[in-house]
Structure formats: structure tokens, C-alpha cells
Design a protein around this ligand. Sequence first.
Ligand SMILES: [Zn+2]
Length: 470
Amino acid sequence: MQDTMLNKLDLVIRGGTVVSGQDVVEADIGVADGRIVALAEGLPQARDEIDAKGQIVMPGGVDVHAHIEQVSATGLMTADDWQSATTAAALGGTTTVLAFAAQHRSMRLSEVVADYTRRAAAGAVIDYGFHLMIGNPDPLTLETELPALIDAGHRSVKVFMTYDRLSVSDEHILDVLEIAKRHGALVCVHAENHGMIAWMSRKLLAEGKIAPKYHARAHPRLSELEAVRRVIDLARLVGAPVSIFHVSTREGVAAIRAAVGDGAEVYAETCPQYLFLTADDLDKPGLEGAKWMFSPPPRGHADQAALWQGLRRGDLQILSSDHAPYAYDDSGKLKHGPDATFKEIANGVPGIGARLALAFDAMAHDGPRGLVRFAEVTAANPARIYGMAPAKGVITIGADADLVLWDPDQHRTLTDADVQDRAGYTPYAGCTVRGWPRTVLRRGAVIVRDAVLCARPGSGRMIARQTPGL
Ligand SMILES: [Zn+2]
């Protein structure tokens, strides 16, 4: 570090315990022009100073799975817009999000991306990018629009193997995998077997089993296993990497581990709702269980243990939120009235704000290894896998100064009244966590101070992503 550089520090974050890659060190962080330029003890006085004594300094959270201001295939809008979703994210310690630009059957992908870009640019308070969600795999989409958008920096593509109005055929998944491989993008997949779910749902409804709890029964564990194996084989045929979203079952983790052991290039995530909730949470009076409905559904305690093990062993590299907020009223979950069947209730739970606090509580009180693992699965790995490293996800010289100061001992009980997104409830109400993000910086600017937002809507920036560093 040259003295001239040290004289030009805009900001020093002083005296914290810094989680930097594989290291946990007592160090000051020097910031200039929005980037980390120094990481050492005893940095000189800067224009601005933040006292981080007694706090854990983590890389800003990178959440690579969120549905924001998104219209579903059935025409339902998520409860959040860009401002409310990214406000909840920032207050929860997340500084980068990848959401979806969702193409439905008759839409032009380029128009969809332009529309989502405009809305994100107006509202976002954190940095962002888009997965290109392909619901209309016609020749214009596949041969012209998709390559151009990937080349422009949208370096991930989402396909569904289920849902009547969204799923694409194996043949089209092969097309998407090949185009993504050629142009340098990663394909992410919602992997469940559509036929199994449709068949189970039909049988349950015919027996009058319509309550929210039957949603979990309608998504058999085998439907995940079959689809995970199939899409891995489709990717192997093309010779492309693939990323499996929201793994929920022990068998799903085992299938991914086996395929990787066999040479397949597979990345995978899980989400808080699979680590902290079970199918029993859907078993509530009336339609109350709708608040815990999402796909795939939560499973059992043995699955939770397998998912934690998968995160520890690296079979699963990413812990995302899959934030998909629908209010528990007629704008969202209850749109089809008090007699709605589980098939008519919107799938999804909020989690963009709670993701990191839940994970910090579970992982970060375990010594340095736990702190490093938390930083890996919530920031470093998602940033690297989705083409945002080295600017995002790690506290290192040259990276964006996206930083979160955690008070490791603050206890907080999650309640519906405290949620910052617009779902109006949290599936984790009543859960007490230890550790809370008090100060959040995005590119060196304080956007959360003492757990209060101080960022302007539209101050988040779109990230031009690189070819994923796989
Ligand atoms: Zn999702």
C-alpha cells in the first residue's frame, strides 16, 4: 500500500472482526471511490470513520434468487415493488440481488427485460441484475433475443420443468443449455416433475383434499429427484454447467453429489424455508397454511439435516431467499376466496429480509469456520457462480465496498409487525435470532445506519455480469 493511496481514504471502518475470504482477522478497512483499497491494522485517519469494535464485518449479502415486482403466469403481481423489496433486503444486510425478468407465453424477451430494467432503475436501493426467465422458447427468443441479452451482461437463464403456463420441454431446455454455453451464461432450473405433481394434485382434489397442507403432498419427493437427475443429464448431453434452484430433499442433495462425483458440473442452492420450516407448518386451520405454501414445499427434519450437511460439504454452494411475497389477503394468497383449493393459492414466501439473520444465527456462532462458511454461502459463492466476482461477495482489495457490520449478540424476535417487505407477514414469526445487521454499506455509501434505511430509491445499479466464473 502506497502512502499516497492511504492519504486519499474516504472512509475507514475501524477495529472490526473482518471476514475476508478464508480468513477472520482484526483489521481496519480503507475505502476510496466506493472500493476497498486497504485492509490492515492501524490505518490512518480518514475523512469518515465508522467504529466497528465488537462487530463482525461481513461482505454485503448476495441474494441470487428473488421475485421482485414480477407478474406471475396467472397474472398475479408480487406484493413488493423494487423499492420495498430492496429496502427489506438492505435492512437485512443484502446489497446485491438477482431477480427475474419473466417472459410469459406470448411475450418478447427483449421487451420484458427493458420493462423490468426501467422499474428496477427507478426503485432499487441495492445493486441488481436479472435472470432471463424463458416462458416462450420460440425461434426469435432462442436464436436472436437470448444471445443478444446474454452478450449484454444478463448471464443467467431460468427455465421451469413444471407449472402449466411456464414449463418448457426437454428439447427446449437442451436448446437453452446450448445457447447459454455458447454465449457464456449459466442455466438455472426449477426442477420438479410436472406429470407427477399434476397427477397427485388431481387425485387429492378428487378426494376432496383441498386444504393448504395437501400442497406438500401434491409435490412428491420423487418429483424433485426425477427432475434433478433429468436436468443434470440434459446438461451433460450438451456439456454445459447447470444450476439447480431451491433443493428441498435429502435425495435431491444425494443426486447432485453423485453427479458431481461422476464429473458433472452442477451448482445448487437451498433456501431458509427448507432449512427452518417443515411440511407440518402448512397444517393450520382454514387457509392459514397458505402463508407457508411455496414450491417445492418444505419437507421434514431429516431433509433439513441433509441440506445443512450439503451446505457444509459444498454439495450446495448457495443459500438464497427465493423471496416471492404474496400478502395474506385478496391481493395475493386469498385471491380466490375462502373456498380456494391448494391449486388456486399463489406459491411463495417472503424472505429477502430474514435470510441473513436466520443464517447468521445458525452458522456464525460456531467460531471462525462458521463465519467463513456464512460469508461463502450468502455472498462469495453466489457472486462467483453468477459472474459478479471479484467486485461483489468478498472483502478484498479492489472489491466494491459492500459491507455489513453485524452486532453478533443482539437478540431479535421476528414478528409480522416488523417485516419491511410488503407481504405483511413472515413465515418465521416468533423465531428469535442472535445477531443483527446494524450498518450496511453499498459501494462505500452507508445505506443502513443503526438499522434504519438512508438510501435513495434508484441509487442501486445494474451489474453488467461477466461469464460465470465456474
Ligand atoms: Zn423462485
